[in-house]
Design a binder for this molecule. Structure first.
Ligand SMILES: *Cc1c(COP(=O)(O)O)cnc(C)c1O
Length: 418
């Protein structure tokens, strides 16, 4: 499917041999960046400042679902940028109102709050849940329950909901009344999700901890318990949503309807945006003055997200994701079958896939060789897993190419003895 049409692009002059971190000594060193400098992107490829091309299975960390520099997204951004960039939430404007209508219609969740990132979306969902319980007079219903292995973001509320002490260390005190329950353990969930819980937040497929799908039974049990106690069920679809699993919303794949859905990453195909979709019964949780964001729902990201939805409508997108996802998964499983001492069978759904690496081998050890030796961008997530979240427009031929590059990377790296 020709989701991405090659257009004549003006190529920025390469700077041969440009040094990397040495060129940017003033960036805070809070990221372990790879030693390449990305100059531009085209479809499923990134091009660095030396002109080297990479096949991109990272997509800005599950962001560029339509690939890089999609001509229709570029045009939508340019048109909106020439019309209105910021008006504030003191007024209505069409891009945010129209996008809210589209998301509400497609999800059946009738109200939408916009912000600028995933962590902000989760922060808003957590605040909404507590305020709603307060408004209902359920002042004991304060706890935010989340799962072991979860990742919900880096601000204090989202961080507290992230059940990984690695992210908490040294940032204490962490906000109170956050609790954790083992992922995919129905009995433990039924015990933990009691009348003290304001909301249960869960990723339909855990991303950062190594691509782990929640079972239908687990999510269905969460729905049942939330219905019984009045807790809100929040699906963090920041990584798994926007078509990555082969349905627009991850909850459609899961077959369980949440009360709130948080979105970000792929929504505007690369521009910063976050959204909380809210069931009508919970919408009174936040009222004028309760919460807000200066840039929330600003026109340019909303216009990009609207165009993203239109592009999906113009093609058999979900069927494509299911087909190429199955092909990538089969290829990863074949690799695992050839080296069962190094790899376990692939995990995940659609184009959100992980290849677990067995100790003493290390997923991270393959990332540099894939990039430098094969021009293939991959990423190591938690639990010693290689994560594959390519642009959803990736073709079957590109999947085949990626698998060949992966096989050569593994063969060479393992022969060199890591
Ligand atoms: C990336 C991510 C977040 C945080 O989103 P940011 O935009 O980085 O703040 C939260 N939850 C999940 C599941 C994510 O993948």
């Amino acid at each position: 499917m020709a989701f991405f049409r090659e257009t004549a692009t003006v190529v920025a002059p390469a700077r041969p041999g440009a040094a990397h971190s040495a060129d940017h000594p003033h960036l805070l060193a809070n990221y372990a960046r790879a030693p390449i400098t990305i100059a531009r992107g085209e479809g499923c490829e990134l091009i660095d400042t030396t002109g080297k091309r990479y096949l991109d299975l990272v997509a800005g960390i599950a962001v560029c679902a339509l690939g890089h520099a999609h001509p229709r997204i570029t045009a939508a951004i340019a048109a909106q940028a020439a019309t209105l960039v910021q008006a504030s939430n003191l007024f209505h404007h069409e891009p945010s109102g129209m996008l809210a209508n589209e998301l509400a219609e497609r999800s059946g969740l009738e109200r939408v709050f916009f912000c600028n990132s995933g962590t902000e979306a989760n922060e808003a969902a957590i605040k909404l849940a507590r305020k709603l319980q307060y408004r209902r007079g359920r002042t004991d219903q304060r706890t935010i329950l989340s799962c072991t292995g979860s990742f919900h973001g880096r601000t204090y509320g989202a961080l507290a909901a992230t059940a990984n002490t690695k992210y908490h260390e040294g940032f204490e005190p962490i906000p109170e009344r956050f609790a954790y329950t083992p992922f995919n353990d129905v009995a433990a969930l039924e015990a933990a999700l009691d009348e003290t819980v304001a909301a249960f937040i869960v990723e339909p497929v855990q991303g950062e901890s190594g691509v782990k799908p929640a079972t239908h039974e687990f999510l269905a049990a969460a729905r049942r318990r939330c219905d019984a106690t009045g807790a809100l069920l929040i699906f963090d679809e920041i990584q798994a949503g926007m078509g990555r699993l082969g349905t627009l919303f991850a909850f459609q794949t899961a077959g369980v309807r949440p009360d709130l859905v948080t979105m970000a990453k792929a929504l505007a195909n690369g521009l910063p945006i976050g959204a909380v979709l809210i069931d009508s019964a919970a919408a009174s949780g936040l009222q004028p003055g309760d919460h807000g964001a200066t840039f929330g729902g600003s026109p340019v990201p909303c216009a990009a997200a609207m165009e993203h939805l239109r592009i999906r409508d113009d093609s058999a997108f979900d069927a494509h994701v299911v087909a190429v996802g199955a092909r990538l998964r089969a290829g990863l499983d074949a690799i695992a079958a050839d080296r069962p001492d190094v790899f376990a069978p692939a995990r995940g759904i659609g184009l959100m896939l992980g290849l677990p690496v067995r100790e003493p081998f290390s997923a991270a050890s393959f990332v540099g060789p894939a990039r430098d030796g094969e021009g293939l961008l991959i990423n190591a997530a938690g639990d010693n897993t290689l994560r594959f979240v390519p642009p959803l427009i990736i073709t079957a031929a590109q999947i085949g190419d990626a698998l060949a590059r992966l096989r050569r990377t593994f063969a060479r790296t393992l022969a060199a003895g890591t």
